[in-house]
Write a protein that binds this ligand. Structure first.
Ligand SMILES: NC(=O)c1ccc[n+]([C@@H]2O[C@H](COP(=O)([O-])OP(=O)(O)OC[C@H]3O[C@@H](n4cnc5c(N)ncnc54)[C@H](OP(=O)(O)O)[C@@H]3O)[C@@H](O)[C@H]2O)c1
Length: 323
């Protein structure tokens, strides 16, 4: 089968299209004939091996898993001996290591049925970003009528955060650059802020909840935009240094500062669970949430997809069409 493989860490130049063997399923897995995969910052991190702090998990000198890609949408080709939830031919979405390939193995508890109203490209945009957005909104405990600020509202996670925070009853303000304001409005944001024109952290306006995915603004700035009892959940924001990726801003410093102030400040480390994958798929079925696909690249163009993503300004998710 064709797959995008890397033998060493580096820029998108290390990604190569090669012919490799179809992976062999274990008894608790499903083999997915991949139709679409997604390129997100997670793929970029594994490709570059950064932050270095993650290398004990990723592999010290090269990625332990040579085929890139994680998010997957496709058709079940075969199931392991213990699997009764799926049969060959089922259309699914989920998380499979090595999804930039014609076939990928997914643990059966990381896969759910694809909502019929989604194309495979839309479905591939959903698993990691959708679960992350759902867990962030839950962690922030968004309640009806609360003012919610989503920073990075045009991104792969941000477009889903806006919609899920709305589904929880929040009044959502989306932060993006000028060219994405219409997109952010179109997915249901009540209000938008153009961060290239306006400093929304100057203290003139405050939100009950801030969901931060981009820009790496320091905690002291974000706290100025947060109500005195407000909640900040740091989801991400790339470019935070090669050793830690700025991991400590949300995960360590936030909870520490929270001990001394009325605001709750923390980070999110999302985990793809079957329950939350299904909960996100249910929001799709209900028509409450629709994933946004920015651009689609062919499998052979995966390095270009990552280069595009690395510019840092997608409008929705960057998707790989595997066929
Ligand atoms: N915590 C977790 O478990 C978890 C899980 C998944 C992802 N993440 C992290 O979450 C972050 C976002 O992921 P993603 O997939 O949404 O990334 P993405 O698709 O690349 O989107 C990032 C968005 O941020 C916007 N942006 C860039 N610079 C900005 C700035 N200075 N201020 C405000 N917005 C800015 C960009 O558009 P415009 O600049 O044009 O508006 C873009 O739409 C990444 O750091 C990723 O690693 C964390």
């Amino acid at each position: 089968m064709k797959a995008i493989v890397q033998d060493r860490y580096g820029s998108a130049d290390v990604l190569e299209l090669r012919d490799i063997d179809v992976p062999v399923i274990g008894e608790n897995d499903v083999l997915v004939r991949v139709h679409a995969a997604a390129a997100g910052p997670d793929v970029w991190h594994i490709m570059t091996g950064k932050p270095y702090m993650a290398r004990p998990v990723l592999g010290f000198r090269r990625p332990k898993v040579p085929v890139r890609g994680w998010d997957v949408a496709g058709t079940v080709e075969a199931v392991g001996a213990n699997i009764t939830r799926f049969v060959p031919g089922d259309e699914v979405l989920g998380v499979a290591e090595g999804s930039f390939a014609e076939y990928a193995i997914a643990p059966a508890d990381k896969v759910v049925r694809k909502p019929a109203r989604l194309s495979f490209e839309q479905a591939a945009a959903l698993p990691i970003s959708g679960v992350t957005a759902l867990q962030a909104v839950r962690k922030a405990d968004v309640k009806p009528g609360q003012d919610v600020l989503v920073i990075g509202a045009a991104g792969g996670v941000g477009t889903l955060l806006v919609q899920i925070a709305k589904a929880f009853g929040g009044r959502v303000t989306g932060v993006s650059s000028t060219s994405k304001l219409d997109l952010v409005r179109s997915i249901g944001a009540d209000d938008v802020v153009d961060y290239t024109l306006q400093d929304f952290t100057d203290g003139s306006r405050r939100w009950d909840v801030i969901l931060d995915t981009a820009g790496r603004r320091p905690l002291r700035q974000l706290r100025r935009a947060l109500s005195p009892k407000g909640t900040l959940v740091v989801v991400g924001g790339d470019g935070g240094g090669r050793w830690t990726g700025g991991f400590f801003r949300g995960m360590l410093r936030g909870p520490l500062v929270s001990l001394f102030v009325g605001q709750k400040l923390g980070g999110l480390n999302s985990k793809t669970t079957l329950e939350d994958l299904q909960a996100v798929a249910d929001l799709i079925e209900a028509g409450t949430v629709t994933p946004v696909v920015d651009r689609t690249f062919q499998l052979v163009e995966a390095p270009d997809a990552i280069r595009y993503l690395a510019q840092g300004h997608p409008g929705g998710k960057v998707v790989i069409d595997v066929g």
